[in-house]
Design a protein around this ligand. Structure first.
Ligand code: ADP
Ligand code: ZN
Length: 726
């Protein structure tokens, strides 16, 4: 018997399988989808078995498979096929596809280390009579006798309860032995009583969703309408049929609330999956799924690859979130993967959002998705009022950061002992430091952008590559003491708040204050317990949080996302501001939202103010139609990246010529241009954008292009189908 094995032998490996002999001793265990160790050149490397055959036609002398890496782990038929699908969608190599589907503990290239966690127990190794005989024989061994007496009553006791010196006496005479028991790091969650009466809209939603169908539903529910309760009830029904569920959320570290809610309904029937877990925790959670011990997986993007068998439903919460698309190779979207699993298992998909992506809404209006609206908040809370403040007027009054109205409302909340959330979508202290005398600006030598100043550490950092330098007292160019900071970041905002409201207790949440494991939760819990009056931060604070005492949300600079030159910036701004506005007034207390802007007449902001999604949708769809953008057209971006500027600029022309000759006539080719992040980490990027409705030739063209550059060590090609950022 022979096995075809797919290996990863270099970063740019081509998709080729190699044939190996299956040695006699492995024959009964080996299966397609297993990871094996094989000799390759002078080394041994890991690979996946893709086929098992009786004969081979290789002219080389074949080698034997060395070992199976983990007998209990194997990509099942569904995941093997999903891997091929992932490959065809993103043009990655097959080995990359399979590696992407696994948690890092199982991905490791060399021999796996054991991630299992054990408790060690001691138990009797001899009969009761023999133990009693021992006790009588050595009456002076008081400590040992004590242990033996305990073990006669309890079958096993944790080993670390006793000193090893004491135990060794017993081990030496083989009267006791050790027993290891594997435990899970995340465990013992209690089911609580969660009885609620569904609102009318929740009931309608539940009645409209057929869990035995193969439909995709768009659950369009405003913030606080109670979508989570709908998901939970659907999953209960699915589990009632002994089927399983995947629930995807954008960033689990921020939605600890959701996870706790799931634990309280389902106890230990839930495995969770996100980047905030340690490798050991991830390994345990994966094992629970492989061993068929859980029905429910809650996790971020990559949880769509978890090997749940007998899947019954896939739910994607906050479906508009861009985190569902991976922004590095392979550039897949979790929804595409969900569609594959939906067809494989004949199950429904539920997409939930308060601000659905334009693509999803367009599909819902066309009838491709079934549309389910929820227009009211659950419980007694109502939507907040939203006020737009013109900052150019405020500037005349020398109010650069806080408008008078936002200032007075924050003060009002401090007096009433209610809480405030402030959004500023930029971390650091200031965005630019330049010299007033000569115009010098600190820039990253590797990337084409200005460095951000971080005052607490007195250094300047590149937010793309991490390059860091200390800030000088004087200008490094002209040596004048004229360095000045411009622009506002969260760090500076925090100091400003402390100046204006010295009595306020303020906490900041951004990438800088949440580096440590569990930091998000600490901040969120402290704020919820009212240890702080004001929570300020980047878009991190906008999602999924529910604080009953928050009655004021202020957006310091509503223009920051609006002014980014990308056709989706309006959509992003609408979603972000609607989300953050939805944090206000989540209880009986009425909420207010203040949007500070230099563009008070901006249509997107007006739609946020009126909280009118459909108005925004119609307006934005009209723009997209005029400019041939998605969802009317598909986009593909092709980037050529190289350390060598001249080479990259030559190659992108070649790519353009190739495309012009080979794609269909209706496909629009835009560019080449410099990519929006032109120089990052000393690598230059040029870009071509393709726009098309249908192009039967395109896939093969892209595949060929990809192969041309596959083995080129100087130039990389990055192909992104349906890119989220241009
Ligand atoms: P969404 O995900 O739609 O923003 P949530 O599911 O987080 O909304 O619900 C918002 C709040 O309303 C939560 O505090 C939740 O416990 C509460 N809630 C949801 N459904 C009901 C209901 N039927 N009755 C009372 N409270 C509810
Ligand atoms: Zn940089």
């Amino acid at each position: 018997m022979y096995a075809e094995v797919l290996v990863e032998y270099s970063a740019k490996s081509i998709d080729k399988t190699f044939t190996y002999i299956i040695p006699e001793i492995l024959r009964k265990d080996i299966k397609v989808g297993m990871k094996v160790l094989v000799p390759f050149g002078s080394k041994k490397i890991n690979g996946f078995v893709t086929k098992i055959v009786d004969n081979h036609n290789s002219s080389y002398e074949l080698k034997e498979i060395s070992s199976i890496i983990d007998k209990h782990f194997c990509l099942n038929d569904e995941l093997m096929k999903l891997g091929s699908f992932l490959q065809s969608k993103t043009l990655c190599t097959k080995i990359t596809a399979y590696q992407t589907m696994l948690p890092s503990s199982l991905k490791v290239k060399e021999q796996k280390t054991n991630y299992s966690k054990y408790l060690t127990y001691i138990k009797l190794n001899k009969s009761k009579a023999e133990v009693e005989e021992y006790i009588n024989k050595y009456p002076r061994r008081i400590k040992q006798i004590d242990i033996l007496k305990k073990l006669l009553l309890e079958s096993k006791i944790l080993k670390n309860t006793f000193s090893s010196a004491t135990l060794n006496v017993l081990f030496n005479e083989k009267i006791i032995c050790e027993e290891k028991e594997q435990i899970y790091r995340l465990n013992n969650h209690k089911i609580e009583n969660n009885n609620i009466t569904f609102t009318k809209e929740q009931q309608i939603a539940l009645n409209s969703i057929d869990i035995n169908s193969e439909d995709t539903y768009l659950l369009h529910g405003i913030t606080g309408s109670g979508k989570t309760e709908v998901y939970i009830e659907l999953i209960k029904r699915v589990v009632g049929q002994n089927k399983k569920a995947i629930m995807l959320v954008p960033e689990i570290s921020l939605t600890a609330q959701i996870v706790n809610k799931f634990y309280s309904h389902f106890g230990d029937d839930v495995a969770i999956f996100h980047s905030g877990l340690s490798n050991g925790e991830k390994y345990d959670e994966y094992l629970k799924i492989l061993r068929d011990e859980v029905h429910i997986v809650v996790g971020t993007r990559s949880a769509i690859f978890t090997p749940l068998t007998n899947l019954g439903i896939i739910i994607i919460d906050e479906e508009h979130s861009e985190t569902f698309k991976q922004d590095s190779n392979p550039r897949y979207h979790a929804l595409d993967m969900a569609e594959f699993r939906k067809k494989y298992n004949h199950i429904p998909i539920i997409l939930g959002s308060a601000t659905p992506s334009l693509e999803s809404m367009a599909r819902a209006l066309k009838g491709v998705y079934k549309y389910i609206p929820m227009r009211k908040r659950a419980g007694t809370s109502v939507l907040p009022t939203v006020e737009i403040v013109d900052m150019s007027e405020e500037m005349k009054k020398r109010n650069t950061i806080f408008s008078s109205v936002l200032k007075s409302k924050i003060l009002d909340r401090l007096i009433k002992k209610e809480q405030t959330i402030l959004l500023l979508n930029r971390r650091g202290y200031s965005t630019v430091i330049s010299c007033k005398a000569c115009g010098f600006t600190y820039k990253c030598p590797y990337c084409d952008i200005a460095l951000t100043y971080h005052k607490s550490s007195n250094n300047l950092r590149c937010h793309y590559c991490g390059y860091t330098i200390f800030k000088d007292d004087e200008c490094p160019e002209c040596h004048e003491k004229a360095l000045t900071d411009y622009g506002l970041g969260t760090e500076k905002l925090e100091l400003e708040i402390k100046k204006i409201f010295p009595e306020a207790r303020t906490i900041r949440m951004d990438a800088d204050t949440t580096r440590n494991k569990g930091a998000h939760e600490v901040i969120i819990n402290k704020f919820r317990n009212h240890e702080y009056d004001i929570l300020l931060g980047t878009q991190m604070i906008s999602k999924g949080l529910n604080f009953p005492l928050v009655t004021l949300v202020g957006v310091i600079n509503a223009d920051s996302t609006l002014n980014i030159p990308d056709f989706r910036s309006g959509e992003r701004t609408f979603a972000l501001l609607s989300q953050v506005a939805g944090r206000a007034g989540r209880s009986e207390l009425k909420g207010e939202v203040i949007l500070q802007t230099f563009n008070p007449d901006n249509f997107t902001l007006k739609c946020v103010q009126e909280q009118d999604y459909m108005k925004f949708y119609n307006y934005e769809m009209n723009n997209r139609h005029k400019l041939d953008y998605p969802p009317y057209y598909y986009l593909t971006s092709i980037k050529i990246a190289s350390k060598d500027y001249d080479l990259a600029s030559k190659e992108i022309i070649k790519v353009k010529n190739y495309l012009a000759k080979n794609v269909s006539n209706d496909t629009i080719i835009l560019g080449p241009t410099t990519a929006s992040m032109f120089k990052i980490n000393n690598i230059y990027r040029f870009q071509i954008i393709l726009k098309y409705k249908r192009d039967s030739k395109l896939f093969n063209c892209l595949k060929e292009l990809d192969e041309i550059y596959m083995l080129n060590n100087k130039v990389n090609i990055e192909i992104d189908n349906n890119p989220l950022q241009l």
